[in-house]
Design a protein around this ligand. Structure first.
Ligand code: ADP
Ligand code: GLC
Length: 500
């Protein structure tokens, strides 16, 4: 995009809008979890529906690296002030894909590092500065490249955008008509920093109040987004209810309750361009509900990838692809591992994360090499192979705002066994006759209930006809972005109208 093209074009559609996304992850540039899948897919669908979308990302090292030597500078030096010093940010053209414009905000001192949020030493101690700078730089860059109708900020890393907009930028005539939507992908990560942070960021002193950013003597970025955005969303209906309770609100349940009238649960879609066994470029054979037989080839290929011998078809392969975090329920898996090892099955797990869980999974594979195989790494190809080659997919999450892997699993005929929470509850249905459902779910977060759900799945697996019906039910579900993107567009429209 050249500077002179920055003014809004006139896209077709009922009420076309310009939306600026601010997020820290986006496929194909940078990914640690599902946030990246969402930011990679929702803008594409909004563009298909006639809107204009600009996606702003921090120019983390892997993001900047994708530009190679070719950098088109859109804004050479955006001044971002802090107490006693300024930082200078360059807006770089990230190119346009499927009609979506990408802009990378570069500040090498803060983003040109080995890690994204941290490294082996833990979270970077200056994350307050890195992500405040990012949020403010989105506002500054958009003033030069095109002020959108709506800023759509995601998670704590972009949560200060609505805070800046309604405080230090409140008098800016260029921004006065812009609305904000803030989406919570995970209330478990809030961005807590020391009380001096507001001063360092040159925010007005009165944002450090209990009904604003202050939270148990910290500055809470996520809370700032919740308080200052015009509208809030989260990524499933069920999670929108859950976060208003102490069990899921992580201390912010009161804030979620206060804003309940402005909080909407919009279930994530999935990008079937990337995640569909009929054309997935990472898997050994293509298949669909009418050609389930070919899934066996993917299963062989998966076992091979894990260095495991081929297994008789009566032995189900169970798959896991996950961040190894407390959220994901690995303590339940650890608690039932010895009993699982007595059953006829083979479990493959792929993930990275907290060393405690990485070691736990490794030790299970060492103890029961003919039952469990584990890869502690980040590997997109292997993630696709697990979706395609497994018979059953496990997601025993303690909480799950939406969860994408179970939705991918449905499309791959890989029957999910999930805890009935958040988006898992909204997307998987278990029925007394398995032929009518799409998977298996348990309610209480206990090892016993998890094992019972797995046992129900194993029993159904033994009945080939019932199992094929169950697989086909899931494969025929449509979780594309069409419907959710329409819901977001309606929300943008409501917010924009209120501000005009
Ligand atoms: P979360 O965002 O909480 O991690 P989601 O289910 O929404 O959970 O999304 C996880 C995404 O990250 C999926 O696309 C999944 O395939 C991917 N993923 C997670 N861990 C790995 C890994 N180790 N290797 C490759 N992909 C992974
Ligand atoms: C978060 C959640 C996950 C959700 C993803 C995308 O990382 O943990 O449940 O699917 O964001 O919204």
């Amino acid at each position: 995009m050249a500077r002179h093209e920055a003014e809004p074009s006139a896209p077709s559609g009922d009420s076309p809008m310009h939306i600026a996304f601010a997020a820290s992850e986006c496929v194909p540039f940078i990914k640690t979890g599902g946030l990246a899948d969402v930011i990679g897919a929702l803008p594409k669908e909004l563009v298909r529906q006639g809107h204009r979308v600009t996606v702003y990302l921090p120019a983390f090292r892997p993001v900047a690296a994708q530009l190679g030597g070719k950098r088109t500078v859109l804004a050479g030096s955006l001044t971002i002030p802090f107490a006693g010093y300024n930082r200078f940010v360059m807006a770089v053209d990230g190119g346009s894909r499927d009609g979506v414009q990408y802009v990378f905000l570069d500040c090498p001192a803060l983003f040109d590092r080995t890690g994204i949020y941290g490294d082996v030493g833990g979270d970077y101690p200056d994350n307050w500065e890195r992500f405040a700078l990012f949020s403010r730089a989105v506002l500054e860059a958009s003033k030069q490249l095109g002020v959108p109708d709506i800023y759509h900020a995601h998670d704590w890393q972009a949560a200060l955008l609505p805070v800046y907009l309604r405080t230090v930028y409140a008098q800016d005539p260029a921004l006065e008509r812009a609305g904000t939507v803030f989406t919570v992908h995970n209330a478990g990560y809030q961005g807590w920093f020391s009380p001096e942070t507001t001063e360092r960021l040159l925010l007005p002193w009165d944002v450090y109040r209990m009904d604003r950013l202050e939270h148990y003597d910290t500055v809470n970025f996520l809370k700032g987004g919740l308080v200052y955005a015009d509208a809030l969303t989260t990524v499933s209906r069920r999670y929108a209810e859950e976060i208003q309770t102490p069990e899921f609100g992580y201390g912010l349940e009161g804030t979620f309750q206060q804003r309940a009238a402005d909080l909407l649960g919009i279930l994530n879609g999935v990008d079937y361009d990337q995640w569909d066994p009929s054309h997935d470029r990472y898997i050994a054979a293509h298949y669909g509900p009418e050609s389930l037989g070919r899934k066996a080839e993917c299963r062989r290929d998966l076992l091979h990838a894990f260095g495991a011998p081929d297994l008789p078809e009566q032995t189900p392969v169970l798959g896991i692809v996950s961040r190894f975090a407390t959220q994901k329920g690995f303590d339940l898996l650890a608690a039932i591992a010895d009993r699982l090892a007595q059953r006829r099955l083979f479990l493959v797990a792929l993930g990275t994360g907290e060393p405690y869980y990485e070691n736990l999974l490794r030790s299970l594979a060492e103890r029961y090499p003919d039952r469990f195989a584990v890869r502690v790494q980040y590997d997109n190809t292997l993630a696709h192979k697990i979706e395609a080659g497994s018979d059953i997919f496990l997601m025993p999450s303690r909480y799950e705002p939406c969860g994408l892997n179970q939705i991918y699993s449905l499309r791959y005929g890989t029957v999910p066994v999930v805890r009935a929470t958040g988006g898992l509850d909204d997307t998987v249905s278990e029925t007394p006759d398995p032929r009518e459902g799409t998977g298996f779910k348990f309610h209480d977060y206990t090892p016993e209930d998890f094992l019972l759900a797995i046992d129900r799945a194993l029993a159904a697996f033994a009945d080939r006809d019932a199992w094929q019906a169950l697989m086909a039910n899931g494969m025929r579900k449509d979780y594309s972005w069409k419907q959710p993107a329409t819901e977001y567009a309606a929300l943008y429209d409501t917010v924009a109208r209120k501000r005009s």
